[in-house]
Design a protein around this ligand. Sequence first.
Ligand code: PLP
Length: 393
Amino acid sequence: MYHPLPRIEIDLAKLTANARLVVDMCRACGISVLGVTKACAGSLQVAQAMLTGGVEMVADSRLENLARLRSSGISPLLQLRLPMISRVDECVAIADISLNSEPTVIAALGEAAHRLGRAHGVVLMVDLGDRREGVAPDDAVELALQAAETRGIEFLGFGTNLTCFGGIIPTRRNLGQLVEIAERFRARSGHPVQVVSGGNSSSLPLVMEGEVPAGVNQLRVGEGILLGRETIRRSVLPGAYQDVFSLVGEVIECLEKPSLPCGEVGEDAFGCVPEFSDRGHRWRAIVALGRQDVLVEGLEPADPGMEILGASSDHLIIDVTEAEQRPHVGEEVRLRIVDYAALLTAMTSPYVTKCYVGEETGYRLDLWSRLPEVSVFEHRDRGPDAASADYRA
Ligand SMILES: *Cc1c(COP(=O)(O)O)cnc(C)c1O
């Protein structure tokens, strides 16, 4: 089968094993895991591999990704990013649950859900210090009571997100605050709290130390499963694979050249003034991929003797003088994807063919295609499952 290069190779067996490892580790602490697919553009195969590994549900930030998953039969689904009020109808039609912090948006979701004859699950996000999404801890119980009273809304519980914007580390103390809030809500309302969602992959070290406060019963994990690392210090999760993803490109030139550029120095293609040290003549390969395909800083050559020198939009320059196998023009070079930004860019670049190891087919993302043509407003009189049935079609 012909796959245009560059291609990203995704090892689903390793991915499933990583999901199982994280799920088992969390289960031992009474925590269930949502598998986060947003770094993989909501890939169906990635979602399925995570589900096979035992995650309870799939979660993604974007409605476009969730819509594709839903139309392939995956549900329930959770929207991670706070819904846009301009798209609450789509959110309700596509996602079963969303994370929220704005009362006006929750009210709009409730109205949309009621109109569509369904209930939309809401988790209220609390900002425990990271300063991305979430309400102040002091306001959480009051806002939750309000959400629980909203027609069309099923209030499920509380969540937090840490180590994303402010770099704040999850601790017994800040996660304990979330449990306290849930406890106060239960006492005030008499309603049980189904979900206390204690963060993302940065909470995994706490899980491994057995230090997650009792009461936290869910984590939303992307990077931990995909790259096999926690995200506070990026140390590996023992037993997890770090090589689920690799990027393969073709050598379009391999020549021996002086290591120093020659001539007057101005700015490079990205407005930086490059600096070089003189290492004499070196063998350099140009691989046909660049910044339009991937954030090259997150790549590591599989051949330890190769060294990435830099990249422009479409060219990756590698010093191959000490390579175990110096590549010839037309040959492939394999690069491991070792960080989240590199993974995200490769999976969302329409120039990169997505290939699942062991499968014959590959595909390129058509990012410019629109959502499935569904006007959610047409479903008002057609019963609760009409909208989702159309997304499945
Ligand atoms: C992306 C995201 C996650 C998953 O983060 P990882 O670091 O990949 O585990 C969890 N929750 C929210 C709200 C997110 O946006």
